[in-house]
Design a protein around this ligand. Structure first.
Ligand SMILES: [Zn+2]
Ligand SMILES: [Zn+2]
Length: 566
């Protein structure tokens, strides 16, 4: 943000909103509310999540985090970080990025317990200032009044936030749906939402994930009943894969298992961690019974239901290893039933498809959400959104948590629901919510960080961009000895990686490169050959175009000019 871009009147007291991630994408949620004049604001951060790369465009990257440079620069004015719920796209970046912020963290008990469990596992002994707030509790974060409002979702303790300021109040919905029978936890606190609406809500920032889908989402209870029917009718082994964080689903599978007279076996570390946290926070009973994976081999096929991690095709998770017949304890066979009680996140289709094909090749029967009601979304469809607008009646609406088409449909729906100011914003847009009419007043730097090995690197100008070119067209390395007396010696050393060895006529690519190098050097007068930079660039271009002629693709070319000893 540059000072020239600040509007005149920048000293007035304002309430602003912006996303550092999560608008224009589904994932990497990170939102900021700012209070005060432009040059002296207090900030409240809501959520700090990760996203995953789609497809194989970013070689070697498995996790993407938001670039926080805007708020890092103002970290002294960051009053706190409030977490709406414990999904990775909302809290997955906390452990890695907190050291850049060092602000107090506020969360309800389940989210706090899961964060602590992850911290114990991956945090390297770090301690975070986590403040636990009761469900539907109220607290202060700097100048912001914050109230958690329980909403149904696909993990225990999802919360909307009512944020109150001197300028008015904002409802930040987080991820939610309406589900009168969520199996675990209370239904969405619609009474409180309606009460807020009557008190007057200035702005609502709301989930757009299912804005394209008509009607209402089915209940988690419908899924539980459907799973129970399928499991009770099975003759052989049953394996179920779910998102580990969906404790209601986990409970539904456990209940169906017990009622079918079978035993539950749990495979996968994430599932064990989730069960421990769910027991400690009261979402599963203290005496919740399940067997570890090494008990699997003692059970007859009709006695077992196995709960596996890996619904997204993660290669190291239990389901992938079972499908590859490489799991140390769990083996499936002809006639066994495998239920994918999950939705495949865009980008994971191929990985999931590969696992499902292997299971079918093994003779397993497959049930996915295309075949039966074995999964429901955790996000509101259109009728649910309309109800929310009916209760809250905000003056301003800003769709979030969606890609462009979800945001656009949501914006239309909000207008049709009678909202007078509907803003379409993207990550980085700074929106003034008050005073006056809402408008985009400025822009903050935003971007993505890649987790690369155990480093965080920039996405645009970092090493991953070069790896894309390497993956596409390989590399040619040319080493040229140079001596003060003879200039460049036209006897290059050449290495090719990821480049074909011969052209279509059978000529060695190494020879093609050497000829290009020698021809180029011969064309440069001896005196000018002392200009190392010029030589290097001329050789690089010549090699690139010679390989392009021979192959039809242009590799990365590196030319090293080395000083000969004499
Ligand atoms: Zn969520
Ligand atoms: Zn989410």
């Amino acid at each position: 943000m540059t000072d020239q871009r600040r509007r005149p009147g920048g000293s007035q007291d304002e309430l602003v909103f912006m996303a550092l991630g999560g608008i224009g994408e589904i994932g990497m949620n990170c939102y900021l509310y700012g209070l005060g004049p432009a040059d002296d604001r207090q900030w409240l951060m809501v959520d700090l999540g990760i996203t995953f790369p789609e497809g194989e465009n970013d070689p070697g990257v498995d996790v993407i985090l938001p670039d926080l440079r805007f708020i890092e620069a103002e970290r002294a004015s960051l009053a706190g970080l409030v977490l709406t719920h414990a999904h990775e796209d909302h809290f997955g970046a906390v452990i890695e990025l907190w050291p850049r912020l060092k602000a107090p963290i506020y969360a309800t008990p389940f989210t706090a317990a899961l964060l602590k469990a992850k911290l114990a596992e991956y945090g390297g002994g770090a301690k975070l200032p986590i403040h636990e707030v009761a469900l539907n509790g109220r607290f202060k974060v700097g100048p912001f009044g914050v109230e958690f409002i329980s909403v149904a979702h696909s993990i225990p303790e999802s919360n909307a936030l009512a944020i109150s300021t001197a300028h008015g109040s904002v409802l930040h919905t987080g991820d939610w749906k309406l589900d009168p029978t969520p199996v675990i936890g209370a239904p969405t606190n619609t009474d409180r939402l309606a009460a807020l609406g009557s008190e007057g809500v200035m702005a609502m920032i709301c989930d757009s994930t299912n804005a394209l889908r008509e009607g209402r989402s089915p209940s988690e209870l419908d899924v539980a009943q459907s799973l129970a029917r399928i499991i009770s009718g099975a003759k052989h082994r049953v394996a179920v894969t779910i998102f580990a964080s969906n404790v209601a689903r986990l409970r539904a599978v456990a209940d169906a298992t017990r009622r079918a007279g079978r035993q539950l076996v749990v495979a996968g570390r994430a599932m064990h961690r989730m069960i421990d946290v769910a027991i400690s926070t009261g979402y599963l009973p203290q005496n919740f019974k399940y067997l570890d994976q090494d008990q699997f081999s003692y059970l007859q096929p009709h006695e077992v239901v196995t709960l596996c991690t890996g619904s997204q095709g993660e290669p190291r998770a239990a389901m992938a290893r079972v499908a590859a017949d490489e799991h140390p304890a769990i083996k499936l066979d002809r006639g066994d039933l495998v239920i994918f009680s999950s939705r495949t996140i865009p980008g994971n289709e191929r990985a999931v498809g590969k696992i499902q094909n292997r299971l079918v090749d093994m003779g397993c029967e497959l049930v996915t959400d295309n075949d039966a009601l074995v999964h429901v979304t955790g996000h509101p469809r259109r009728e649910e959104l309309k109800e929310m607008y009916g209760w809250v009646k905000p003056r301003i609406a800003i769709p979030m948590h969606g890609e462009a088409r979800h945001l656009a449909e949501h914006a239309k729906l909000a207008r049709a629901a009678g909202v007078s100011e509907v803003l379409s914003v993207r990550n980085g847009d700074i929106v003034r919510l008050a005073p006056g009419a809402a408008e985009i007043i400025d822009e903050a730097p935003v971007g993505r960080l890649f987790r690369d090995g155990h480093l965080l690197v920039a996405s645009e100008d970092g090493p991953v961009r070069e790896r894309r070119s390497l993956a596409f067209a390989g590399i040619v390395v040319v080493a040229l000895p140079q001596s003060a007396r003879d200039g460049v010696v036209p006897d290059p050393e050449v290495m090719l990686d990821g480049v074909p060895a011969r052209d279509a006529a059978g000529r060695l690519m190494l020879d093609i490169v050497r000829d290009a190098v020698e021809g180029t050097i011969a064309s440069i007068p001896r005196k000018r050959q002392q200009d190392t930079e010029m030589v290097r660039e001329a050789v690089r271009r010549a090699v690139r175009s010679a390989v392009d002629n021979a192959w039809g693709k242009r590799p990365i070319v590196k030319v090293l000019v080395t000083r000969a000893s004499r």
